[in-house]
Design a protein around this ligand. Structure first.
Ligand SMILES: [Zn+2]
Ligand SMILES: [Zn+2]
Length: 349
């Protein structure tokens, strides 16, 4: 049997073609992909490559679908299950993976990287993915496109956990793309009593207003640090998250965070980004904590699906564009043009 898939043949070359269905065995299952969202990292892989992606490859990792076949040794899923699939897959063997920190694994297996991804009509849930990875069932109350966004939401949860967000704290989120918006809802659920959203582009700021943060700052028009201090009785936010890819936001975050506060550098930077230039005495005297986060582990993915099912984090306002798989080039152009938020591909359409 054949399926339609977008094959990454080389840099900047994504070709939709008919390919054989993945080869199945007793330890794996076959997923019919119903929705897959385009992530910023897919765009980077397409244009700049990644050492963990060797063409020809199928990328795509924000996935939801239905299990249509399960090998006889598979216990985790069964035919007919609606499942969301995340990206990072712990190897299960190394120091980090055995300690529940699989996103720090040296091999760093991921769907859409070493493991063929979901810009295709079908995707193989391999034995490793089923045994160690982020594969979470969800109920029919949740749509496939929302469930697919459990992957980025899981990463957002990891970021806020590492920033020690808790009851009564104030938080500033720099960058209100899809991740930043999800973080507004998450921050509330984690007990924040003051949530400040900061965004440069007007378009995204307008979409982000639906999330009803306590205050929004248009960073092009206002002094971000001064305004954040004003909103927090002069002290600065207890937690500052950077969900924008610029070193300038890293500097701002460390400068504005309160004494004993936490900064989480969530958004990675392009390879050619300049080094961070700050007076480290600022960290010294404030006794603040500068943390980082990247990806997530399977328990975050499970939590993300539960939060979405219960409507505790909303992602519907973020889903702005839909395309069939054979329009993947338009879909990428839309995602890169940043005229919306999340672009979803529907491989069965
Ligand atoms: Zn992603
Ligand atoms: Zn490992």
């Amino acid at each position: 049997m054949m399926m339609q898939a977008a094959i990454l043949e080389a840099l900047d070359s994504l070709v939709v073609q008919e390919v054989p269905l993945p080869q199945m065995d007793d330890d794996s299952a076959l997923l019919r992909v119903e929705a897959v969202c385009i992530c910023g990292s897919d765009i980077r892989i397409l244009h700049h490559g990644n050492p963990r992606v060797v063409p020809p490859a199928i990328i795509g990792h924000e996935t939801a679908g239905v299990v249509v076949q399960a090998g006889k040794n598979v216990r985790r899923v069964k035919e007919g299950d609606r499942v969301a699939v995340g990206a990072d897959v712990p190897c299960g063997q190394c120091h980090w993976c055995r300690n529940g920190l699989g996103n720090n694994c040296a091999i760093n297996y991921a769907v859409g990287y070493q493991i063929p991804g979901s810009f295709a009509q079908y995707m193989k849930l391999t034995r490793l993915l089923l045994e160690e990875g982020p594969v979470t069932k969800f109920s029919s109350t949740l749509s496939f496109e929302e469930a697919a966004l459990a992957e980025p939401l899981a990463c957002a949860i990891n970021g806020l956990e590492l920033a020690h967000l808790s009851l009564g704290k104030s938080v500033a989120i720099i960058g209100l793309g899809p991740i930043g918006c999800m973080m507004i809802d998450l921050a509330r659920r984690m007990g924040a009593t003051m949530v400040i959203g900061i965004q440069r582009s007007r378009l995204r700021l307008d979409i982000a207003r639906e999330y009803q943060a306590d205050a929004y700052i248009a960073s092009e028009e206002q002094d971000v640090i001064a305004r954040c201090r004003e909103l927090t009785a002069g002290e600065g936010p207890d937690v500052v998250i950077t969900a924008a890819g610029s070193v300038e936001t890293h500097r701002q975050a460390i400068e504005m965070v309160a004494h004993r506060g936490y900064v989480n550098l969530f958004g990675g930077l392009p390879k050619n980004a300049p080094p961070l230039n700050i007076l480290s005495n600022m960290i010294h005297y404030k006794e603040c904590f500068v943390t980082g986060s990247h990806g997530c582990v399977p328990r975050h993915h499970e939590m993300a699906v539960r939060l979405l099912e219960q409507g505790l984090v909303r992602v519907k306002p973020l889903i702005t564009h839909h395309f069939p798989l054979n329009k993947i080039h338009e879909a990428f152009a839309t995602a890169e043009g940043r005229t919306g938020m999340k672009v979803v591909l529907h491989p069965q359409a």
